[in-house]
Design a protein. Structure first.
Length: 471
């Protein structure tokens, strides 16, 4: 018994050391691979939630999706699976370290449909539209000629204007219109040259006949001089006399037989129509508007004859027929103010031509002529060159009085062109020859009827043959 006690005393320290070494060796051994123990403190890895389904969006090459969030990886410690850190003496054994799970991959945030991208920021090919610089800019002609039709390429004429209904040829209508003048002249010439030679008395009688036909002194002298130079003292027929007369009349009229030209560099081109009461101003304006609109020009009409309600209504009817805008005011309104407003409206509407009607006035009424001067001054405030064309309508039935009218209206309103009307209702059509010889103003149109196309460009040769009765 004493031996066993002594043995315990000597083996006490060694057994304790052996137990400590045994426990340390057990701690150095790795856990069994079959059943690894996971400490309760470390929660099990939960499965990642399914990624939300993102609807397919149209490809937008200029807008890239947001880059995935990168999680920086920690630098792993040197792997020493079989060696554990030695515990300091006397410390409790360290618990085995569970293997660290890899960092979770953070999915990119879903791309939500955003607001619609503005057109200027939207990618993609540009619309197939040529730049403004590449588009051809239509250039309106600076001048157009108004004759039988408007000679311009501004716009094609309407189908109705391109294919009018067949009518009597113009020369035939002109001959019919001048038939009274021609018939009386022919009868008078035949009475002079019946069985007579061409002598001084005969020439004097012929000169009187031509003056009574309102051809004028200058034209009468030209005709008699032409006859005397080649046929003096010889027998001559009335047909030969009328042939010579037609040739001399054509020479007088040829310099004034000009087409009406409109300078469209002034827009609107202002046409002021003047004349005595009853000369056909409003009807002439309607016929002229029909020609202009058929030629593709935009026209505005101004009812400046504010003294006659019938003139205002008549111009409105012509505006409806020709598709022209009509500027009118109440009866008795100031004509100059109306002309001023009409210019502004025509300019704002983009009209090519503004045609202004005026009240008929006698050339011997000073106060009425002063009012016409006021219209001209008011238009000059818009454009110093306005009115650009001043047409005077001359009634053939007035005879020699027409010479006086042209002179006074030319001085007051600056008349630069004539329109001869009512040639079909008088035997005094020769007055046109006298006016041309004295004033030398262009004669743009003549009218021999009330139809819209009865306003024809003036032809010197046709007129001379028609009034002389030569085919």
């Amino acid at each position: 018994m004493a031996f066993g006690f002594i043995k315990k005393i000597f083996t006490f320290g060694r057994n304790e050391v052996e137990e400590t070494q045994t426990e340390a060796e057990g701690a150095r051994q790795p856990p069994a691979p079959a059943a690894p123990e996971i400490p309760a403190a470390v929660p099990a890895e939960t499965p990642a939630a399914p990624e939300p389904t993102v609807p397919d969006l149209p490809a937008e090459p200029d807008i890239a999706p947001p880059a995935p969030v990168e999680v920086p990886e920690e630098t792993p410690a040197p792997e020493r699976p079989d060696v554990a850190e030695p515990s300091p003496p006397g410390a409790p054994p360290a618990a085995p370290v569970a293997p660290q799970a890899p960092p979770a991959q953070v999915p990119p945030p879903p791309v939500k449909p955003g607001p619609e991208v503005p057109a200027e920021a939207a990618p993609g090919p540009a619309p197939e539209t040529a730049p403004a610089e590449a588009l051809p800019t239509p250039v309106a002609p600076s001048r157009v000629t108004v004759a039988k039709a408007v000679e311009t390429k501004a716009q094609p004429a309407p189908a109705a204007a391109l294919a009018p209904a067949p009518r009597t040829p113009w020369f035939q209508r002109l001959t019919q219109g001048l038939s009274r003048s021609s018939r009386e002249l022919k009868e008078s010439i035949s009475g002079v040259f019946t069985r007579r030679k061409l002598d001084e008395d005969t020439l004097q009688d012929l000169e009187d006949v031509l003056i009574r036909a309102d051809l004028g002194m200058e034209t009468a002298i030209r005709v008699t001089d032409a006859l005397a130079s080649g046929r003096y003292g010889k027998d001559i027929s009335d047909e030969e006399v009328r042939g010579v007369m037609a040739a001399e009349i054509e020479k007088v009229l040829a310099p004034v037989a000009l087409p009406l030209e409109l300078d469209l560099s002034h827009k609107p081109h202002v046409v002021l129509v003047v004349g005595v009461n009853g000369t056909g101003k409003t009807t002439t304006i309607g016929k002229l508007a029909a020609k202009l609109t058929a030629g593709g020009l935009k026209v505005t009409l101004a009812a400046g004859d504010t003294f006659r309600a019938a003139a205002i209504e008549q111009l409105k009817i012509w505006g409806e027929r020709t598709g022209s805008e009509v500027v009118a005011s109440k009866l008795g309104a100031d004509a100059a103010s109306l002309a001023f407003d009409a210019y502004e409206k025509a300019r704002d509407a983009g009209s090519d031509v503004l045609v202004i009607d005026t009240a008929g006035r006698l050339q011997n009424k000073a106060e009425l002529m002063a009012e016409l001067e006021k219209i001209v001054r008011v238009l000059g405030k818009h454009d110093p060159d306005a009115p650009h064309t001043v047409l005077q309508t001359v009634d053939a039935t007035t005879g020699q009085n027409a010479l006086n009218q042209v002179e006074i209206f030319r001085n007051v309103a600056g008349v630069n062109g004539l329109v001869m009307t009512k040639l079909d209702g008088t035997a005094r059509g020769g007055i046109l020859v006298a006016i041309a010889a004295k004033h030398k103003l262009p004669v743009y149109f003549i009218g021999v009827g009330e139809q819209v196309d009865d306003l024809e460009p003036f032809s010197a040769g046709d007129f001379a043959k028609a009034i002389a009765g030569v085919n």
